[in-house]
Design a protein around this ligand. Structure first.
Ligand SMILES: NC(=O)c1ccc[n+]([C@@H]2O[C@H](COP(=O)([O-])OP(=O)(O)OC[C@H]3O[C@@H](n4cnc5c(N)ncnc54)[C@H](O)[C@@H]3O)[C@@H](O)[C@H]2O)c1
Length: 343
C-alpha cells in the first residue's frame, strides 16, 4: 500500500517535484497538497486519518489540535532548517517524530543577507522606486562602502559562518557573538568573538543568525537596541521573534538604527491573512503586530522581503531531496535529521 503523504505550503509544481524526489528516494507515495499553511482544526481536505507523513514549511503551525485530527501521523518532515513552528512536545507526546533539513542553504540565506545589506547600504530600493517613475536624480541616494565597516554576527552556525566569509570578502571587519563559539573557524575565516553587548556597540551592521527559542525570544529588545552604535543597520534573516517589533520601530524613530533589512517579521504569518483576521478570533496583540509590520514595511529606511532567504532554485531542490531522503530513511527504520526539543 502506498504511503499517504500530505504536503502543506506546496503548490502543484512543488508538490510534483516532491513526488519526483520521493520516487527517486524509492518511496511510492499517495501525495496530497495545499498551497496554504496548515494550522489548527479543521485541517484541509486530504489531511486527516490515514495520513502518515506531513510535510510543512514555516508558515504552518503543527500543534496538538492539528495532531489530534491526524491520528495516524508518524512523521512531520518540515522542509526548513528552523522548526519553531512545530510543537515538539506535542509531537513527542503522540509519538510523532520530527525531521528537518539542517543544511540546505547556508550560502543561499547568506547571499540574501547581503542582498538586504547592499539594498540598504547603496539605497537600491529607493533608487528603484524613483527610476520606475522616470526620476533619475541622485539626490539622497548616496550610500556607504562596506569595505572597512564592522559587521556583527549574532550566531555563527551554518549560515552565520557563511555570512562571515562573504563579509571578509567585502573587506569588512567581522565580529560575532555565540554561546557556542568556534575559535578555530574564527581564526581561519578571520573574525573575533565578543559579548553581545560589546558587539552591538561596535558594529555598523548587526545581522541575526541565531535560532528562535524561548531563550532567544526578543533577544533584540529596547535594552539591547539602546546599546547599538548610533545609525547602525539591523538585518534579520533568522526569525521574526528574535526582535521586539515595537522596540525596533522605536529605535528607527529615534535614529538609533539607520535602517533595517528584514526577511522575517514577528507574526509574519498574519500578513497573508488579513481577510481571515477580520472574521476570526485573533487577539489584540496579533492585530497590533499586523499594524506594526505594515508600519515597518512602509518605511523608506526598512527593506522587507517576504521570507525568501531560502528561496533559490538550487536550495529548494536540495530541500525537496533531503525531505524525501528523510521520509525514505524513516520508512527504512533508520530515521535521519530528527530534531529534539530545545530549551
Ligand atoms: N530566512 C530564511 O529563509 C531562513 C532559511 C534558513 C534558516 N533560517 C533561520 O536562520 C537560523 C540560523 O540557521 P543556521 O542554519 O545557521 O542554524 P545553526 O543551528 O547552524 O546555527 C545557529 C547558531 O546560533 C547560535 N546561537 C544560539 N542561541 C544564540 C544566541 N542567543 N545568541 C547568539 N547565537 C546563538 C548557536 O550556538 C549556533 O551556532 C535558523 O534557526 C532559521 O531560523 C532562515
Amino acid at each position: 500500500m502506498p504511503l499517504t503523504v500530505f504536503a502543506a505550503e506546496a503548490d502543484a509544481e512543488e508538490s510534483a517535484r516532491l513526488r519526483a524526489a520521493l520516487e527517486a528516494a524509492g518511496v511510492s507515495a499517495e501525495l496530497s497538497n495545499t498551497p496554504e499553511p496548515v494550522r489548527g482544526a479543521p485541517p484541509p481536505a486530504g489531511l486527516g486519518p490515514g495520513v502518515k507523513v506531513l510535510s510543512v514549511f514555516v508558515g504552518s503551525r503543527v500543534g496538538d489540535e492539528l495532531l489530534a485530527a491526524c491520528p495516524d501521523l508518524e512523521l512531520v518532515a518540515t522542509r526548513s532548517t528552523g522548526y519553531d513552528h512545530v510543537d515538539l512536545a506535542a509531537c513527542g507526546a503522540r509519538g510523532v517524530v520530527v525531521a528537518n533539513v539542517p543544511t540546505y542553504g547556508e550560502n543561499t540565506v547568506a547571499e540574501h543577507t547581503f542582498a538586504l545589506i547592499l539594498a540598504l547600504s547603496r539605497n537600491v530600493h529607493k533608487a528603484w522606486v524613483r527610476t520606475q517613475r522616470g526620476d533619475f536624480s541622485l539626490a539622497g541616494l548616496q550610500g556607504f562602502d562596506l569595505r572597512g565597516r564592522v559587521l556583527g554576527l549574532v550566531g555563527t552556525g551554518h549560515i552565520g559562518l557563511h555570512v562571515a566569509k562573504i563579509g571578509r570578502g567585502f573587506g569588512m571587519e567581522v565580529l560575532a557573538a555565540d554561546p557556542r563559539p568556534q575559535p578555530l573557524l574564527a581564526e581561519v575565516i578571520g573574525f573575533r568573538y565578543l559579548e553581545l553587548d560589546e558587539l552591538v556597540a561596535r558594529a555598523d551592521i548587526v545581522s541575526l543568525h541565531a535560532p528562535y527559542t524561548p531563550a532567544s525570544h526578543h533577544l533584540v529588545d529596547r535594552g539591547l537596541l539602546a546599546r547599538f552604535k548610533r545609525g547602525a543597520l539591523l538585518v534579520n534573516t533568522a526569525r521574526g521573534g528574535l526582535v521586539d517589533t515595537e522596540a525596533l520601530l522605536w529605535a528607527l524613530d529615534e535614529g538609533i538604527l539607520g535602517g533595517a533589512g528584514l526577511d522575517v517579521l514577528e507574526g509574519e504569518e498574519l500578513l497573508t491573512e488579513d481577510r481571515r483576521m477580520l472574521a476570526s478570533k485573533h487577539d489584540e496583540s496579533a492585530l497590533r503586530r499586523l499594524v506594526e509590520n505594515q508600519l515597518l514595511a512602509g518605511r523608506e529606511d526598512v527593506v522587507v522581503t517576504p521570507h525568501i532567504g531560502f528561496d533559490s532554485a538550487e536550495a529548494v531542490q536540495r530541500i525537496l531531496d533531503v525531505t524525501a531522503g528523510n521520509v525514505a530513511a524513516y520508512l527504512a527504520g533508520r530515521p535521519q535529521n530528527l530534531v529534539a526539543a530545545r530549551a
